[in-house]
Design a protein around this ligand. Structure first.
Ligand code: GRF
Length: 219
């Protein structure tokens, strides 16, 4: 089977992007990061892509008179790379309904909470404030609503005594990387069927999201 073409959208640091690029170099990954699109010309992740020889298209929001004009160019940039899958990894914008329609259920987002808990920002602080004993991250299908859409898979980590939001975020980040790589491998394998409001998984006949185990397998 040909390698799946993956385009990654970022707005910042790009650590998830870096993890994907590194993972994609394994012979059995089944995918390749063919392009990066960012809405910010100061995104640190741009350098990550360039160092790896992955082409980057910068579409700065402030260059456009309207959201619609910005999105038209952004969506063309994504499509220009011919993606099979589109991964939002720290991309700080909600895709428009037009973009979601155009990308035909091929866009996934990684979010640092156990959705449906804590869509939006400050997820780690909110988990601590709620007294949660377990925190985590989710990979979900993108729909035109912030951090909603069916969850493909999650990873959980314990909340430790005395955790700060920063410590929790840092501990979660490496597990996010593993979750995202496992999910992109799964998508690239063609074993997930995607319908507008539901994901179904071959043979397993499951209806809930996968969970990443300690061996980085989706179970
Ligand atoms: C991650 O925590 C991701 O879950 C969230 O934004 C952060 C991006 O980090 N959506 P990075 O840019 O991949 O380092």
């Amino acid at each position: 089977m040909a390698e799946a073409r993956v385009v990654v959208l970022i707005s910042g640091r790009g650590s998830n992007l870096k993890a994907l690029i590194e993972d994609s170099r394994s012979a059995d990954a089944g995918y390749r990061v063919v392009g990066v699109v960012t809405d910010r010309n100061d995104a640190v992740g741009t350098a990550v892509a360039e160092a790896a020889g992955v082409p980057v298209t910068v579409v700065p929001r402030q260059m456009f008179p309207s959201r619609a004009a910005f999105e038209a160019v952004l969506n063309d940039a994504v499509d220009g790379f011919g993606p099979d899958w589109i991964v939002l990894a720290g991309f700080m914008r909600v895709l428009s309904p037009e973009a979601v329609h155009r990308f035909e259920m091929r866009a996934f987002n990684i979010h640092p909470s156990l959705l449906p808990k804590y869509p939006g920002l400050d997820t780690h602080a909110r988990a601590l404030a709620a007294g949660d004993r377990v925190h985590g991250a989710s990979v979900h299908l993108v729909i035109p609503a912030l951090d909603q859409g069916p969850v493909l898979a999650q990873v959980e980590i314990p909340v430790c005594e005395g955790d700060s939001a920063g410590a929790l975020a840092e501990r979660l980040l490496s597990r996010e990387h593993e979750l995202l790589c496992a999910c992109v491998r799964l998508l690239a394998s063609g074993r997930v069927e995607i319908q507008p409001l539901q994901l179904s998984f071959d043979a397993t006949n499951r209806h809930g999201p996968f969970l990443l185990n300690a061996n980085n397998q989706l179970v």
